[in-house]
Write a protein that binds this ligand. Structure first.
Ligand code: 5RP
Length: 234
């Protein structure tokens, strides 16, 4: 009994340490990215637990005259609560910088995003940015991408879209997106990400997928071992 209790205690301690360190890695990567924002910039704000560290760091920078757009309601609310100005993404044509988290990043710069279901807006914001800076903890770099690949599907004709996409695609138990999209996940083989991206884009029912190509990515900042490393993308 004592041995069991002791092992359990050790196990719990290990999990708690792991969680704290991943969070600390996210925070230092986010703080490094906040340093890139300067007075008067137009800024795209991503979504997720890493971006949740970016917003207070950005507020603390005290830069003036920035104009921000948010990729989710959660980010918009947190940003506004911290005094960061957020506007609708309807007037700004270009953004100076967008900063966002990722679920996976490969050595050649492919990303999988959309763990939080915000990938459609995240991709629109990233595409509009001069510089798209990705922030991550050390669990995010991978040798090659693995499923799932998040999808956002148009609700119109959803049954026919799912029929075309086949059994590799499953609906996620998640609310509709702010754009009324249905969140789903592709769980099949990825193989060449460019080919899979092209196949998904060819289906008229797919509003967005979570594969972000390397040419969209300007920099990847990874928090690891108490410091921030900039991944040099091959
Ligand atoms: C949300 C995303 C997030 O950026 C991604 O899931 C990473 O999240 P986190 O920073 O919480 O690890 O793409 O749609």
């Amino acid at each position: 009994m004592w041995l069991w209790a002791s092992r359990k205690t050790l196990h719990l301690t290990w999990i708690e340490c792991g969680a704290v360190s991943a969070d600390a890695e996210k925070r230092i990567a986010a703080e490094a990215a906040a340093e890139l924002v300067e007075d008067g910039m137009t800024v795209g704000l991503g979504t997720g637990s890493t971006v949740a560290h970016l917003l207070p760091a950005l507020a603390a920078r005290g830069v003036s005259g920035i104009r921000c757009v948010a990729t989710s309601i959660a980010t918009e609310e947190q940003a506004r609560g911290l005094g960061i100005p957020v506007e609708e993404f309807s007037q700004l044509q270009r953004l100076d910088i967008a900063i966002d988290g990722t679920d996976q990043v490969t050595p050649d710069g492919w990303l999988i995003k959309g763990g939080g279901g915000a990938h459609l807006r995240e991709k629109i914001v990233a595409a509009a940015a001069e510089r798209f800076v990705v922030i991550a903890d050390s669990s995010k770099p991978v040798d090659s991408l693995g499923a799932p690949v998040p999808l956002e599907l148009f609700s119109f004709g959803i049954a026919s879209t799912l029929d075309r996409l086949g059994s590799a695609v499953t609906l996620r138990d998640a609310p509709r997106s702010p754009d009324d999209g249905v969140i789903a996940d592709y769980g099949g083989e990825i193989g060449d990400p460019a080919e899979l991206a092209a196949r998904l884009e060819a289906d008229p029912g797919v509003a967005a997928h979570g594969l972000f190509p390397p040419d969209m990515v300007s920099a990847v900042l990874v928090g690891a071992e108490g410091t921030v490393k900039s991944l040099s993308l091959s």
